[in-house]
Write a protein that binds this ligand. Structure first.
Ligand code: UDP
Ligand code: MG
Length: 309
């Protein structure tokens, strides 16, 4: 029998979990042709999420869980899930029921038909502010223009991955993770299905504008060196302007003279060197930042407890 893992990263989801489990139990009981594993990754929740998961796992032996030692973020929690999943394929979904479980059978059909990565694209984005929607639109346009890997908009983490994909993703162990881009990066046979994303059933989203901004920067810096190019270009432009200004000032000084001695030279040197310095600092800084994080070579997450097979 083929085994299907459902991976659910949870952070403060005590309110959503009972509802989610109810739906998943119904689904899995209807599809007894598969061996199921429901793998919860508790990402350092501050509420009763882990107690709830433990209770559920006593009732239902298909439930496995990984309890992380603190909150490492959803990206790290997902990697923990990739590492501990035992299925022949894996469905990743959110705990808040924004990803409808009734789509899973459809995903499995496509998987049986030979697709390795069946991803769900949302046709509606649920309740969201105008600003957030448009910022996201702009961001994806920008990202798409600057990177060679196609990174899809409106495609989240709700997807089914074949064992091949899981094993590949496990090898990508950078500590600053942008999993959404990794799914695109690994390739394999992809199949798109559509779904309507509802609102969270309970609890609150843990993303604010700042964390979204950080994730956005992560996306850009881990998939493209376009910002470095931009800083190079800016440096070149500033330097060219400074050079022209230098010529103008020198000519002016030669023809008409200059009252304050040394001022033109000073201005030119400051501007010119300023441009060059900004350019070099930008380049070095970007590279250094990433090297700094990756060379520490720390594990992406720390496990406090695992229960499963
Ligand atoms: N999540 C997590 N760690 C975090 C933040 C979120 O594991 O630090 C989980 C959360 O429990 C949920 C999923 O990631 O299952 C998506 O989170 P959320 O609903 O807050 O994000 P949104 O749907 O607003 O993008
Ligand atoms: Mg959500």
């Amino acid at each position: 029998m083929k085994k299907v893992t459902i991976l659910i990263p949870c952070y403060n989801e005590e309110q959503s979990l009972p509802l989610l489990y109810e739906q998943l139990a119904a689904l899995t009981n209807n599809h007894a042709e598969y061996d199921w594993e429901i793998l919860f990754v508790n990402d350092g929740s501050k509420d009763n999420t882990i107690q709830l998961i433990k209770q559920l796992s006593q009732k239902d032996n298909r439930i496995a869980y990984v309890d992380l030692s603190r909150n490492f973020g959803k990206e790290a929690a997902m990697l923990a899930g990739f590492d501990y999943a035992t299925g022949d394929c894996m469905v990743i979904m959110d705990a808040d029921l924004q990803h409808p479980p009734h789509l899973i059978p459809e995903m499995l059909q496509h998987w049986e038909a030979g697709y390795d990565d069946v991803y769900a694209k949302r046709t509606t984005r649920g309740k969201e502010s105008w600003l957030r929607k448009n910022l996201s639109l702009l961001y994806y346009k920008l990202l798409q223009k600057t990177t060679r890997v196609e990174i899809l908009q409106n495609v989240g983490d709700f997807r089914l991955l074949d064992r091949k994909c899981i094993d590949t993703l496990k090898q990508l162990r950078e500590s600053e993770r942008y999993t959404k881009g990794m799914f695109c990066w690994i390739g394999f046979n992809k199949k798109e299905i559509e779904f309507e994303q509802g609102d969270r059933v309970a609890g609150e989203t843990s993303w604010n504008y700042l964390s979204l901004f950080n994730l956005a920067i992560e996306g850009i810096t881990s998939f493209t060196i376009a910002p470095l190019r931009l800083s190079t270009m800016m440096g070149i432009i500033v330097s060219i302007i400074a050079f022209i200004y230098m010529c103008v000032i020198i000519t002016k000084t030669i023809i008409w003279g200059e009252d304050v001695q040394g001022f033109p030279t000073l201005m030119v040197v400051i501007l010119f060197l300023g441009g060059v310095q900004l350019l070099s600092l930008g380049i070095i800084g970007e590279y250094l930042g990433r090297i700094f994080h990756e060379t520490k070579n720390r594990p992406v997450y720390v496990v406090k407890e695992y229960k499963g097979e």
